[in-house]
Design a protein around this ligand. Structure first.
Ligand SMILES: [Zn+2]
Length: 387
């Protein structure tokens, strides 16, 4: 087993982070991922503050590839992105977070620590590796929407998996760097100094013959290699689905598994969104009510919600179950709207805004809230029917 700790710096949204951790945990194999509720502060002082503007991205030329013409982000979408202000830190400040985490949690040297961050770094790299074989890394979470049509979930998962494999084969950044490809060839070792080239690497999701030979020579762990390839394949299919969606406009089918608290998208390579019991009950409730409801009337549905929640939390004390739904139906408490907002963000991180909005519980303030996806694209799989 290879233990991989994914941590986040303070400013990273929980939902962005949770979606990445959840996504990576879907792939079985020696890489075992650990996520944490707490976030970590960078202790150094920012070198400077940078703010990219949408114009910075407009002038970029996307790499030309065969068989693609539809992946480019539309001009309309570009302008809405408005990148935030970002503090830029020195290289080592980003790794200090990982060192502090290691000390606090007594993490063994052989385990890997990835710091997921919005903070910038001096070299403007997506991924940074600590020197001399120390297994600390950082991955930058911003700007992905500009380079590829995706939330950070998939490109970040790709880079985490690729970095684990590279670290396993080459051992350190010093040994790995000379073997990177300056000119992009669609291999995981592409340098992608010119940022838009990264789309080529993610869409190809391949490893070139030179790199493969190196892996064989290093005696790479076959099961690790296969697990990394499964991540690559999945990332690739998520990106391709988004591109095809622009043309075909067919929404992916969604399966609800109440016993596992999961939403699963078989056509998206089994993409899975995990919810907490109360979130799942709320989501299931709205799926059962395609016409939607007025939130101000939610208490009228107490029994229905309680019944669904019981199926999502079978081992829980009935009194506790009742009080959870009581709180949910008490609108002064905001629990319902907070949970709905969490679900919405998780869906956005996994499906993107354009596809995701069909699966979100939406509606104007004070108006009817509903999920718009056609119910013939949705199926609830009850425990006795689950595989
Ligand atoms: Zn290569």
């Amino acid at each position: 087993m290879k233990k991989i700790h994914l941590i986040r710096t303070r400013e990273v949204d929980t939902e962005v982070y949770d979606a990445i951790v959840q996504y990576l945990k879907q792939f079985s194999g020696p890489m075992t991922f650990f996520g944490y509720d707490e976030s970590f502060e960078i202790s150094g002082n920012a070198v400077r503050v940078i703010q990219k503007t949408d114009e910075d991205f407009e002038d970029m030329e996307m790499p030309v590839m065969e068989m693609t013409s539809h992946y480019l982000i539309s001009d309309e979408l570009r302008i809405e992105l408005n990148p935030p202000k970002v503090d830029l830190f020195e290289w080592d400040d980003l790794f200090r977070v990982a060192r502090k985490f290691r000390k606090e949690k007594r993490v063994a040297d052989s385990e890997l620590v990835f710091v997921l961050t919005y903070k910038g770094n001096e070299n403007n790299w997506f991924v940074g590796s600590a020197p001399k074989g120390v297994k600390d890394f950082f991955v930058h979470l911003l700007y992905w929407e500009h380079y590829i049509m995706s939330e950070p979930t998939f490109p970040v998962a790709y880079h985490v998996a690729a970095t684990v494999l590279k670290n396993d084969v080459w051992g350190s950044i010093e040994q790995y760097l000379p073997d990177t490809h300056d000119h992009p060839i669609g291999c995981m070792s592409d340098m992608c100094q010119y940022k838009p080239d990264v789309i080529y690497k993610l869409r190809t999701a391949d490893i070139c013959t030179d790199c493969k030979n190196k892996m064989i020579a290093s005696g790479v762990d076959r099961s690790l290699f296969l697990q990394v390839l499964r991540v690559f394949d999945s990332v690739r299919s998520q990106l391709l689905f988004r591109e095809r969606f622009e043309i075909l406009n067919e929404l992916p089918k969604m399966l609800l598994y109440p016993a596992q608290l999961r939403l699963v998208f078989p056509e998206l390579n089994g993409l899975t969104i995990s919810l907490r019991p109360v979130q799942f009950a709320v989501y299931w409730f709205f799926i059962n009510r395609p016409q939607g409801i007025l939130l101000s009337h939610v208490d009228e549905y107490f029994d229905e919600l309680l019944n669904l929640y019981r199926q999502c939390s079978p081992g829980t004390d009935p009194d506790v179950q009742r009080s959870v739904i009581d709180t949910l139906c008490n609108l002064q408490d905001q629990t319902l709207s907070q949970n709905m907002s969490k679900i919405k963000k998780l869906i956005k991180q996994n499906l993107g805004e354009e596809i995701g909005e069909h699966y979100m519980i939406l509606g104007r303030n004070g108006g009817i809230k509903s999920i718009s996806i056609s119910r013939d694209r949705v199926e609830v799989i009850l425990p006795n029917n689950a595989p």
